[in-house]
Design a protein around this ligand. Structure first.
Ligand SMILES: Nc1ncnc2c1ncn2[C@@H]1O[C@H](COP(=O)(O)OP(=O)(O)O)[C@@H](O)[C@H]1O
Ligand SMILES: [Mg+2]
Length: 661
């Protein structure tokens, strides 16, 4: 046997996307989300990020320096305008101007490098986050995908990642910048005049009040808006996938109405969100403007009320006993404007931060979801036979596979040849607690045997194969593979030894050849063609426009259902595993082609253990044993002739109205 391989991932169609925001009405990010983002950012881009922040810090300081220069320049101008001495003024002004222009130009240059660096950091970080998320997603058990809408999961990659981009590239640096500027300006104000600073702080207090009341409302509406976007995306995706069904059932109007509902909700939430957000800006702005006037008046009052040698002088002076000059008041006007501007800037980030944290939290929830557990320690290895008939592990491809079974008790390692002997003992299973889907299922498949499952839709046929695959864990009972309890076998190794043709065919974007090669990544073109011939897919493939190089998109929408099934059979065939599971593999293939496929499949099934589920009883006739399932129980078993002789359910199916042919 040459390199058996795992079949592609199962990708069922999910229910309508539930939106990204989760179940609660107003989900809040868990504690520790922001530190976690920063920790990951530091892991990935510690030095570049710190360097960017250093640039940002210098840039911020450069940004507040004009207020100092304005004070200097206005003080010079005020002095010399009175004296009408332009030459003296020029002599003092020029050096100050040169320093100021130098600082401003260098902050522009610095900002350029900052922007470039930050773009690299942000995009790189998002790239890594997406990878982390995708890795985590692939490790999830099938159960997770049963319970979560696809739109839901998709929105982590779109909406949530986008809010994270906003956070890393804008909100965090902006807050850092504003923080530095605020501290710097506080220092300058303290230096110039404590009294005027007190006036500014009172104004800022008013602004924080406004942010708390308006901003808080606005944040919850932004989260609602995010949720509605997710819902809308999920709905559009669902209707897009179901276009044919929508059309056949003339459901266009109804789905339009449903869409309008979802769309109206989004419109309402977005309107509310932006309404509050739009109020916040002007309110803050006007508080800033008022402050401007108040400072001008207060400054003028402080200066004019000052009387030489009066005891109240301390109150109206500048800081540290200096005299409050008009130039200081002028520069304060600028500082106050900038100060309130920065407070406003931080307030504007408030919404994006709340949204980003909620988004990041959803991403982390996916990443924290328990991955599919694998407690297995028995592995599949290449083996070679010793002269005495025993097996030994080989480091090269031998064509003989063995289970490497370490025994904890005595530390020995035994090798068991991979034969494909599968036995189920008293297996019980339920997807949902309390609703048994399988009960007391016991059956044997000796190497090379063909076992068929027959039964009504929903009887539990696919479920049995899901358990052999270990997509789900048993509730009770045991499955042994070559005598080894399958829970001891590492899942990838177990799945590699099984060739599965799932009931729902999934083809991936790529050529026909790529899709067949999915069964065994290192298969040569010849091997793929051989497998296609075996599956009787070769004929139709060569008739495709580009033959094996024909591109398949959207799950093979350009093929017929039967053709897609043939490709998936070829895909399993190229893997060449000892055990095959064929779940309704030929249900959409016409009887004539099926007879041909059957011939190929007989070759495919030769020397393999095969579990076959089929509607057409002609397909299962020649099985070694046929299991008739009813509501999760095996009610009849035996060969075709035995069962016909029993004149039970199988007999009725075979002869009666249930017959499909
Ligand atoms: N992922 C799932 N979650 C919950 N119930 C499921 C799931 N898959 C199948 N079932 C239920 O298990 C029962 C058996 O399904 P299945 O094994 O797919 O039947 P079939 O014999 O048609 O292949 C059905 O009643 C079905 O509703
Ligand atoms: Mg089924």
């Amino acid at each position: 046997m040459s390199n058996p391989r795992m079949q592609g991932p199962q990708m069922g169609r999910g229910p309508m996307g539930k939106g990204p925001a989760g179940k609660g009405d107003m989900p809040k990010a868990r504690k520790g989300t922001l530190p976690r983002i920063i920790k990951l950012l530091m892991e990935d881009y510690k030095w570049p990020f710190l360097l960017a922040m250093l640039f940002m810090a210098i840039y911020s300081i450069g940004n507040i320096s004009p207020s100092i220069f304005i004070e200097k320049i206005s003080s010079i101008i005020l002095r010399f305008v009175e004296a009408k001495d332009w030459d003296a003024a020029k002599a003092e002004l020029v050096p100050v101007m040169i320093v100021m222009v130098t600082i401003l130009v260098s902050t522009i240059v610095l900002n350029y490098f900052y922007a470039r660096l930050m773009a690299i950091i942000t995009q790189g970080f998002l790239d890594k986050m997406r990878k982390r998320m995708f890795n985590a997603m692939q490790a999830l058990p099938i159960k997770y995908f049963d319970a979560h809408g696809h739109g839901d999961i998709m929105s982590h990659y779109t909406n949530d990642i986008d809010t994270l981009r906003q956070l890393v590239s804008q909100s965090l640096p902006r807050i850092f910048q504003s923080g530095i500027m605020l501290v710097g300006m506080l220092g300058i104000m303290l230096w110039f005049s404590m009294n005027l600073m007190a006036v500014v702080l009172v104004g800022v207090f008013g602004m924080t009040f406004a942010v708390k009341h308006i901003g808080g409302k606005s944040a919850s509406n932004f989260i609602r808006q995010q949720k509605s976007i997710g819902k809308l995306e999920g709905y559009v995706e669902e209707i897009m996938n179901g276009q044919k069904v929508v059309k056949v059932f003339c459901h266009e109007e109804a789905s339009q109405a449903d869409f309008d509902k979802v769309n109206a909700q989004l419109c309402e939430d977005a309107t509310k969100a932006t309404r509050f957000a739009n109020i916040l800006g002007p309110v803050m702005n006007n508080i800033g403007n008022m402050l401007y006037v108040i400072i001008a008046v207060a400054g003028a009052a402080f200066i004019t009320l000052r009387t030489p040698n009066a005891s109240l002088n301390g109150l109206f002076s500048g800081s540290f006993g200096s005299v409050l000059e008009l130039s200081v008041v002028i520069s304060f006007l600028g500082i106050a404007k900038q100060f309130t501007g920065q407070v406003n800037g931080i307030a504007q980030q408030f919404n994006s931060i709340v949204m980003a944290l909620a988004g990041a939290d959803r991403i982390f929830q996916l990443m924290d979801e328990a991955p599919e557990a694998d407690e297995g320690y028995v592995t599949l290895v290449n083996a070679e036979e010793q002269p005495d008939g025993s097996l030994r592990e080989a480091d090269h491809r031998t064509g003989v596979w063995a289970w490497r079974h370490p025994h904890k008790a005595d530390g020995t390692v035994t090798f068991e040849r991979l034969r494909g002997d599968v036995r189920l003992f008293d297996v019980d299973f339920s997807y949902v607690e309390g609703k048994k889907v399988l009960e007391d299922v016991t059956l044997w498949a000796k190497p090379g045997q063909k076992i068929a499952f027959v039964g009504a839709t929903g009887a539990g046929k696919t479920t049995i194969t899901n358990l052999i695959n270990r997509f789900y864990d048993l509730e009770d009972g045991k499955i042994r593979y070559d005598g080894i309890n399958i829970t001891k076998i590492k899942k990838p190794d177990l799945r590699r030894s099984l060739g599965v043709v799932l009931q729902d065919v999934n083809l991936f974007t790529g050529t026909v050849m790529d899709n067949i090669r999915y069964g065994k990544l290192d298969a040569t073109d010849e091997e793929c063609v051989k497998a296609a011939k075996l599956a009787n897919a070769h004929d139709f493939i060569t008739r495709l426009p580009q033959g094996y190089d024909t591109m398949l998109t959207a799950n093979g929408a350009n093929l017929s259902q039967g053709q897609r099934q043939l490709i998936s059979i070829a895909r399993a065939a190229v893997a060449d595993p000892p055990v095959m599971i064929l779940d309704e593999a030929t249900s959409s293939i016409d009887t004539r082609t099926e007879a041909l496929v059957q011939k190929g499949m007989d070759a495919l099934m030769k020397d393999r253990t095969v579990f076959v589920i089929a509607h057409r009883l002609s397909t299962v006739r020649n099985s070694d044993a046929i299991m008739v399932l009813d509501h999760g129980r095996i009610i009849e078993r035996g060969s075709h002739t035995d069962l016909i002789a029993q004149k039970g359910t199988y007999y009725k199916l075979y002869t009666g109205a249930f017959e499909l042919e």
